[in-house]
Design a protein around this ligand. Sequence first.
Ligand code: PLP
Length: 230
Amino acid sequence: MSDVERLEQMRARITAATRAAARTDQVRLLLAVKTQPTDRIATVLQTGHDLIGHNRVQEMAASEPDLIDYPHEVHMIGRLQSNKVNAALRFATCIQSVDSPRLADRLDRSAQNAQHQVDVFVQVNVSDEDTKGGVRPDEAEELCRHIGTLEHLHLRGLMTIGANSTDETRVRAGYRELGRLRDAVLASGAPGTEAARELSMGMSADLEWAIAEGATMVRIGTGVFGERPA
Ligand SMILES: *Cc1c(COP(=O)(O)O)cnc(C)c1O
């Protein structure tokens, strides 16, 4: 089966999960392209798919110049080091992995210099696994409030990488917590947080659980490209 056929399958899973959750809103599919060669990404973009996520600035900078013929939105979904912020903003219009006030400040300055607005998500570590980035759940609202004060950042929502587990109860509890945090941020009425509606959560293996818990965007890699070589 081709990447494009698998993308169609993933779309069908998203549609079915959205219906099963009795939701009438749209769930966006972000294609996670880490380690994929540019021509494989191009083949998918050729079909009109228009949202991709990179994990590494270096890979983004290597492939994006060859993809300019395909209109698409680029999000950064991997950990972002301060010294790569300028490079990231050359291609990415949204940074989903903001996990400190320091990184937010750095992004705001860089966006100001480039004279544009940058969309951001706050990444939250809901599973408390050490290997994952993100703020602790109890720090999320404060970081959202801080971002709300920054003139060149536009807070769009929260992002998490779910628990690395096949235990539905455990994985869904983490996603539900992200939803509660998002609701609390919206209810806070803090300036600059009014548009923080998105929940970026769920990957190839567990998108149904994430959609049942309110995901507005799922991030899919292996479901389209197959397993990455070890
Ligand atoms: C790789 C990756 C994904 C996609 O995961 P798959 O299991 O390959 O679908 C989603 N989010 C992030 C942050 C990733 O690094």
